[in-house]
Design a protein around this ligand. Structure first.
Ligand code: UTP
Length: 478
């Protein structure tokens, strides 16, 4: 006997016009009924119906009054005046102190599907590093080890998974001994899911006994942090700030004292790194101010005229782009998730496999459905004093999104090696270059050994890195 009866489920679904998902009910096994009944009962259908109604009938309009949009101010990375230099030094010292006091945790969102990369498995288990072919998870784990050593503290690591990749993610850490981290300080939690809908707003069945469910976007983070007890865990450990990064950006400075210090000193509840856009068409979200609130306007939503607008110095007016690197205060997330969270999901058109009337599974060739996703940056306008700090792209950002070309493992390896080469050169090491200026060696220094130039300098002084890398050679330091 299933835990659910058809009548119970009809009572939930009929008021929102979704009873069609029960059309194979009589043919389902008890286990399948349990599964479908569980999925249906876990969804807040009235809320979801409103969102899907908005997604279907809201048209393409974003609702943003673009004539009122102005660029959001950001703190430039280069401090010009003595006052700015003093402020920066203060921020750096403050951030280092926060790290030493153990007030910061790492937080990686790793629940995405990685559709563009086309890799079968959690993206964090993707191998990419130039010499040792390490996975993204190992790479970050080693960075955390070095930061713990550097600041003489414990840095917990929170990892958000999705129901689809949770088990594979945890199994991967177990099989690899947590890459040297103490398992007690690595905590996984799962984000929520939302159903996919067809163009008529009807929930899609991916199997006779299962809805098509999708992870609810990186904005699902906030509710998941609360629901999983992670916020309580942070509070019990005395963690004040989450250093937030995405699983597919191994270049990110995971614990950047300058960024943490500015966040703290400015009284910000949520802060963001900004990169100066390479050109008008670069696909980064834009930091903007609307009625005094900081918002991020997606590349695809920004009118061409604003994308291309320049200021009196000839720079792009809306030049501050978001690489999705944040510091978020625990108390802010507690405040936001205390009552009803008011984030609205964005819609994405997707190819969603479905079951036809005869029970056959159809894999569509083109997008046939709508997926709803929350975005973490929609929390920015809700934050007090949001702070935006310019970042150095070559030190902060090289995302792996695509199998080849831009934002791929290849481009990431190139950028990573260029950063290593920069650190080595700054430490006085001769790095070979080809005639065209590209690197003439394959190099990798584990983050376990060096997370910044100063670390590399110390390794050179200690004789662990030679004064010259031979042309055409492979150099790795583990
Ligand atoms: P993307 O927006 O690039 O999505 O995620 P994705 O699923 O990884 O890749 P595509 O678009 O299908 O190719 C940016 C970051 O947000 C996380 C991802 O794991 C990645 O770190 N993310 C995304 C989640 O944690 N949950 C989600 O529901 C979506």
């Amino acid at each position: 006997m299933s835990k659910y009866t058809k009548e119970q489920l009809v009572a939930i679904l009929a008021p929102v016009g979704q009873e069609h998902v029960l059309r194979f009910w009589e043919k389902l096994s008890d286990a399948e009924k349990d599964n479908l009944g569980g999925q249906i009962s876990a969804i807040n259908w009235s809320e979801v119906s409103q969102w899907i109604h908005d997604a279907l009938h809201g048209g393409e309009a974003t609702g943003i009054p673009f004539d009122k949009l102005v660029p959001a101010p950001y703190i430039p990375l280069k401090a010009e005046s003595p006052a700015d230099q003093a402020r920066q030094a203060d921020a750096l010292a403050t951030g280092e102190e926060l790290l030493r006091q153990g007030k910061v945790a790492g937080f990686t969102v790793a629940g995405g599907q990685g559709t563009r990369l086309g890799y079968d498995g959690p993206k964090g288990t993707y191998s990419f590093s130039p010499v040792r072919n390490k996975t993204l998870f190992q790479y970050f784990a080693e960075g955390i080890l070095r930061n713990m050593e550097k600041y003489g503290t414990v840095i917990p690591w929170y990892i958000m998974t999705s129901p689809a990749n949770h088990k594979a993610t945890v199994d991967f850490f177990e099989a690899n001994g947590y890459f040297g981290l103490d398992k007690a300080n690595v905590r996984f939690f799962t984000q929520g899911q939302l159903p996919g809908f067809d163009q008529n707003g009807k929930a899609i069945l991916e199997a006779p006994g299962s809805l098509a469910l999708f992870a609810n976007g990186h904005g699902g983070t906030l509710a998941a942090l609360r629901d999983s007890g992670t916020l309580d865990d942070m509070e019990a450990r005395g963690i004040e700030y989450l250093s937030y990064w995405q699983v597919d950006n191994p270049l990110v400075a995971t614990f950047d004292p300058l960024f943490l210090g500015f966040h703290h000193l400015s009284g910000s509840e949520m802060s963001a790194r900004a990169l100066i856009k390479r050109d008008a068409m670069e696909k980064l979200g834009h930091f903007c101010l609307l009625d005094g609130k900081t918002i991020i306007v997606e590349y695809s939503d920004m009118p061409m005229e604003l994308l291309q607008q320049t200021d009196e110095q000839g720079r792009l007016r809306f030049r501050a782009g978001s690489p999705a690197i944040h510091v978020i205060s625990r108390k802010f997330i507690q405040r936001l998730t205390n009552g009803t969270l008011s984030l609205k999901p964005h819609r994405a058109l997707k190819k969603i496999s479905y079951i036809d009337e005869n029970g056959a599974q159809i894999k569509p060739e083109s997008p046939n459905g709508i997926k709803l996703e929350f975005f973490i940056f929609d929390a920015l306008p809700l934050a007090k004093s949001p702070m935006i700090l310019e970042g150095d792209r070559s030190e902060q950002f090289a995302a792996i999104k695509n199998p080849s070309g831009s934002d791929s493992a290849d481009s990431c390896r190139r950028d990573l090696q260029e950063r290593t080469a920069k650190w080595l050169s700054a430490a006085g090491v001769k790095v070979p270059r080809k005639a065209d200026g590209s690197l003439d060696a394959t190099i990798e220094i584990s983050l376990k050994r060096a997370v910044c130039i100063e670390d590399v300098q110390a390794l050179v002084r200690a004789g662990e890195i030679p004064s010259e890398i031979a042309a055409g050679s492979t150099f790795a330091l583990d």
